[in-house]
Design a binder for this molecule. Structure first.
Ligand code: PLP
Length: 427
């Protein structure tokens, strides 16, 4: 195929970091040549740098500690749940201790998966939506902690497991999102009612329902953000201030709050031009607004821990100019990676063998699912691309492997995990 020379001679930008580098102009993940991994294991292929997972969790725990927050971290299992990943999470701190990293689960299946992978029931916090009677029966047979997100769910849990300690997922009517990378993601909690969480004016009824069943309300839970970075923190702070008002109200209503769980929503962006999340500023907000409550401050990140640890490799199987637009077709589709379609979230694409090369053309990347929107990038400035080349989609470690579906009976991608990084230059 031929490509026309492009107007710019700059290299295509992507965020480099230890474990994700260009070595001799070729993309390397955890010190291994990306194209070689694709040839060896086949495509599509997820490649995970698990050292990055460890670094993110350590950074998060350290920021909470520096801010003087009595913190607890649980990872959101919905983002990634493979045993190799969970083993890294498990290796941090003491299982069951305040420094151990636990699990946020959102379904009976996730509760059972966490327990099967070595997490203790007391390390599992369940915050789910629309739990059926059968869901509740399965979950409540384990001594895990559950946050109810509707008054009718308080009633259901109370009927099935009276006397238990539970939490309430609350909706503070404020939230924060990353509008640059997830412009279409809805705010979990804003002015218009969402399906999540109990509102301030409904708190007396929720507390009364709990009392009737002898349930002890010990946790205030919130999840109010999505992919936030430093410039989203003012919105986030407004949401946290609203949380504090709701915690006060629960205390006035006679609850003994032992934990304030601020949910997930922390972002991590591969995009070189986006300012990453200032963890100290985030932890400072928690300290300022929630630090005076006599409670542990828990968080349950998914994206922040896992998204940048994973890279999806795919082979270019067709290259063709169509009405003046250059299309490159990949051997992967939106059933394997749906960030763009579910979350409106664009990814950085890198030519594995030409990671430092200047763009040569604007390329539209399309997938192998028979749906028009199965596109990964429109008119992206990209180096010369040919059939057989390997392309990497960065920042695809979270909500990707877990979100696979069998559309068109296209199979899932393969996965390789690296727990170590080879020194640069050694393969
Ligand atoms: C209750 C709850 N906690 C935590 C998370 C993890 O969110 P994130 O991956 O944005 O950190 C989610 C995601 O939907 C959630 O619903």
């Amino acid at each position: 195929m031929s490509t026309t020379a492009h107007q710019t001679s700059e290299t295509v930008p992507w965020r480099r970091r230890p474990g994700l580098e260009a070595i001799g102009g070729r993309l390397a993940i955890a010190g291994r040549d990306a194209e070689q991994l694709a040839r060896e294991h086949g495509t599509p292929l997820y490649v995970f740098d698990l050292e990055y997972v460890r670094e993110q969790l350590v950074a998060l725990c350290s920021a909470l500690e520096r801010a003087g927050v009595r913190g607890r971290v649980r990872i959101a299992l919905k983002a990634l749940r493979d045993p190799e990943y969970l083993a890294v999470v498990r290796s941090l701190g003491t299982p069951g201790g305040p420094d151990g990293v636990g699990i946020d689960a959102c379904s009976p299946g996730e509760v059972e998966h966490a327990l099967a992978n070595g997490f203790l029931p007391q390390e599992v916090s369940v915050t789910a939506t629309n739990l059926s009677e059968a869901d509740c029966r399965t979950i409540l047979q384990h001594p895990v902690h559950v946050n109810a997100d509707l008054i009718t769910q308080v009633e259901r849990i109370g009927r099935l497991s009276p006397g238990r300690s539970i939490g309430l997922r609350l909706n503070p009517r404020a939230g924060a999102i990353n509008r640059r990378t997830s412009p279409t993601t809805t705010v979990y909690s804003g002015e218009r009612p969402t399906k999540f969480g109990i509102y301030l004016e409904d708190l007396p009824a929720a507390v009364e329902a709990a009392r009737r069943h002898g349930l002890r309300l010990d946790t205030a839970h919130f999840h109010v953000a999505n992919g936030i970075l430093t410039e989203d923190l003012p919105d986030y702070e407004r949401a946290v201030a609203a949380m504090a008002v709701m915690v006060e109200r629960m205390l006035e209503l006679g609850c003994t709050i032992r934990e304030i769980n601020v949910g997930g929503g922390l972002g991590d962006s591969a995009r070189s031009y986006v300012t990453p999340l200032d963890l100290d500023a985030w932890a400072g907000i928690l300290k300022r607004h929630l630090g005076d409550f006599d409670a542990v401050i828990a968080c349950e990140p998914g994206e922040f821990v896992a998204i940048e640890s994973g890279v999806l490799l795919a082979e270019v199987v067709t290259v063709e100019r169509r009405l003046g637009h250059l299309f490159a077709g990949l051997d992967v589709g939106w059933n394997v990676i749906n960030h763009r379609f579910v979350y409106g979230h664009d990814m950085d694409l890198v030519h594995c063998a030409r990671a430092d090369a200047a763009p040569a053309d604007n390329v539209t990347f399309s997938g192998n699912i028979n749906e028009g929107p199965d596109l990964f990038a429109d008119d992206l400035p990209f180096p010369p691309v040919e059939e057989g080349d390997i392309v990497a989609m960065l920042g695809t470690g979270a909500y990707s492997v877990t979100n696979y579906h069998a559309h068109c009976l296209r199979p899932p991608a393969g996965i390789v995990f690296f727990a170590d990084r080879l020194p640069v230059g050694r393969q």
